[in-house]
Design a protein around this ligand. Structure first.
Ligand code: ATR
Length: 274
């Protein structure tokens, strides 16, 4: 008789459309790991109780998505340096000695850009749009790639400036409002705002994307997102969505749990094909 599979899950609200169960099933099949992975809907305010119950029932680890990444940060006993900084946790590892928390979103973004898209970040001028949880989650890994500069621009300028204070020891990062971008140019613009939920793009001045520049949207969809379309309309050399990042952050979680790296390319291709 085969052994019981190890149990993992993703918790969020909403969660029905999460692609994580499919991604982790594909990883498990590919690497021969005996695990099951499901999506669990958790009501707001109920994260800690749900995570505790999952662990008590023998669960080995969790992915955590909107709106519980901060709750997971509080829930973890031990945090990785990048999760500590991000103030958000998307991966929990249940160990005998306690609950380890990590954040694989930033490494997922960096890996998608630098490995899958072959776009090195060193010496680039990077513009990060947004100053919420999504932006905070990717800042440290981006700065560790040594860009020439990283400007955080947000609709509410003070939130961008506050974020800069938390990361300025890691590299050349500055913050401003969207209007202050006039006259400036960037090689890579990353959209970490929630504007796409309304199929909108933050207002950006003409010429902000340098010739040959790239656009990257942390969001993804079956159709090109509003920001991907913005990039295409403004002459981006490439304008890509965050599906690759989604698969890469999952791969990094999988590695933390199982100690093996799955191949991401076939999984990205499978998801692209619907
Ligand atoms: P998340 O965790 O997804 O980052 P969040 O913490 O609510 O969510 O942050 C949303 C981000 O998107 C913020 O930077 C927000 O700007 P404000 O700080 O000014 O609210 C930004 N945002 C949301 N809708 C936007 C829009 N229509 N145009 C520009 N920025 C928008």
């Amino acid at each position: 008789m085969s052994a019981q599979p190890d149990s993992y899950a993703v918790m969020g609200h909403p969660i029905a459309h999460s692609k994580s169960p499919r991604i982790h099933s594909l990883f498990a099949a590919q690497t021969g790991q005996n695990l099951e992975y499901r999506a669990i809907l958790v009501e707001p305010g109920g994260f800690a109780a749900a995570a505790r119950a999952f662990r008590q029932a023998g669960g080995r680890g969790l992915n955590v998505t909107v709106p519980f990444k901060q709750d997971a940060w509080v829930f973890a006993d031990i945090l990785s340096a990048r999760a500590e900084r991000a103030g958000a946790v998307n991966t929990l590892i249940f160990e005998a000695g306690g609950v380890r928390g990590d954040n694989t979103d930033g490494p997922g973004l960096v890996r998608d850009l630098t490995v899958n898209h072959q776009y090195p970040l060193a010496k680039r001028r990077i513009l990060l749009l947004g100053a919420g949880g999504a932006a905070r989650g990717v800042l440290q890994p981006l700065l560790l790639e040594r860009p020439a500069q990283l400007v955080i621009a947000n609709r509410t300028a003070n939130k961008a400036r506050d974020l800069v204070l938390r990361f300025s020891d890691l590299g050349p990062v500055s913050g401003c409002g969207l209007a202050e971008l006039a006259g400036r140019q960037f090689d890579l613009i990353i959209n970490a705002t929630a504007a796409g939920l309304q199929d909108a793009v933050p207002p950006l001045p003409e010429g902000v994307l340098a010739a040959g520049g790239w656009c990257y949207d942390l969001m993804y969809g079956s159709e090109p997102t509003a920001f991907v379309r913005w990039g295409q309309a403004h002459g981006a050399a490439r304008s890509v969505d965050g599906l690759g990042m989604l698969v890469e952050q999952a791969a990094e979680s999988f590695r933390l749990w199982r100690g093996v790296w799955p191949e991401t390319e076939p999984v990205i291709a499978a998801l692209r094909n619907g």
